[in-house]
Design a protein around this ligand. Structure first.
Ligand SMILES: [Zn+2]
Length: 244
């Protein structure tokens, strides 16, 4: 927030210079003195809203914006674009009823995009590109439940089951014929959970990709089962067709 605010204070200060140079070739357009970027609210991020919002603004003779009304765009983005448009400033003129159309382009960037990449970009005459990062997926460490005991017991070892967060493994899991009966001697190992389906990503216009399938699952496990599974695996090295 403070980063974008600083940017626009700079943009506002630089505005009059643009008035003299960049707008000289655009005699029919009202020069912009300063811009303001729409706020990327939690709802915007939650809905992953992107695309173009066009806002029609009416200008006072002083160059202030009297009204801002969006004419197209994602419903979640329209309100934020209109609020930002009210804060733009234009060159003063004796002309009345001046109308300008602002275009806000919202783009989603990957979670690891740099602050520089996320900075809003103003281009003449009235285009502002607004970018925001996908939220970072929480890491396993933040979710550790390891060791919390429950009142359920393992049918094989009679030990109380404990809670844990484990990885979900997607795709086909190959079990050797001897592993199937062995699994019955450690039914509550739950070292991982099979997602049983292909991992899914969602793509965005900017090329950003987001993992849609969940990465972790909560399980109840038996420590004796895990120890037994570990012993069995070290005695029977995996001959999985997926391993090369
Ligand atoms: Zn057990």
């Amino acid at each position: 927030m403070s980063f974008t605010s600083t940017l626009f204070i700079i943009a506002a200060l630089l505005g009059p210079f643009n008035l003299n140079s960049d707008w000289i070739d655009r005699p029919n357009q009202v020069p912009v003195l300063s811009t303001a970027a729409p706020e990327v609210t939690p709802l915007v991020v939650l809905t992953r809203a992107e695309g173009r919002v066009v806002v029609e603004v009416r200008l006072a003779a002083s160059g202030e914006v009297i009204s801002a009304r969006s004419t197209e765009g994602h419903w979640v983005l329209r309100k934020q674009a209109e609020l930002a448009a009210l804060r733009w400033r234009f060159a003063a003129s004796s002309e009345v009823d001046r109308v300008v159309y602002l275009r806000f382009d919202f783009k989603i960037l990957p979670a690891d995009a740099s602050d520089e990449a996320v900075a809003p970009l103003f281009t003449l005459p009235y285009d502002l590109t607004v970018k925001y990062r996908l939220p970072k997926r929480p890491g396993r460490a933040e979710y550790s439940l390891s060791g919390q005991e429950t009142d359920q017991r393992c049918a094989v070892h009679q030990e109380y089951l404990k809670r844990d967060i484990v990885n979900i493994t997607y795709g086909l899991t190959f079990l050797s014929p001897e592993a199937i009966p062995a699994n019955e001697s450690f039914p509550n190992a739950k070292s991982f959970v099979s997602g049983e389906c292909v991992i899914e990503y969602r793509g965005y216009e900017s090329g950003a990709k987001e993992l849609v399938s969940p990465e972790f699952a909560e399980v109840l496990y038996c420590q004796a089962c895990r120890d037994a599974q570990k012993r069995w695996l070290s005695a029977h090295p995996l001959k999985s067709p997926t391993k090369r």
